[in-house]
Design a protein around this ligand. Sequence first.
Ligand code: ZN
Length: 97
Amino acid sequence: MAQTMSVDFAEATINQYVCARCWSRLHVTYHDHQYWVECTNLNCNGEGYVTKGYAEKSRAQSYYDLMDARQNLRDIIQGANPVSKLSEAQIMKELGF
Ligand SMILES: [Zn+2]
């Protein structure tokens, strides 16, 4: 959702912030005799802004989380995890059933 503001504040906003929902760049448009700051992603109707630094830090953290998840899944699928080498009966026994 777009917000209206002065042109100076709008330009400062697009230089320092990105969309809070999709982290896409923002842009300034002028219509209805007002300046609007909007997300450049046409498929986004997000509200609010986050700093570019926050978005970059969050993207980096998400990337490392993805790498961890991939490694964990790879270990499980390839049988590197000792639990996955157990039969169903053995796992149930280990769980106390
Ligand atoms: Zn957006």
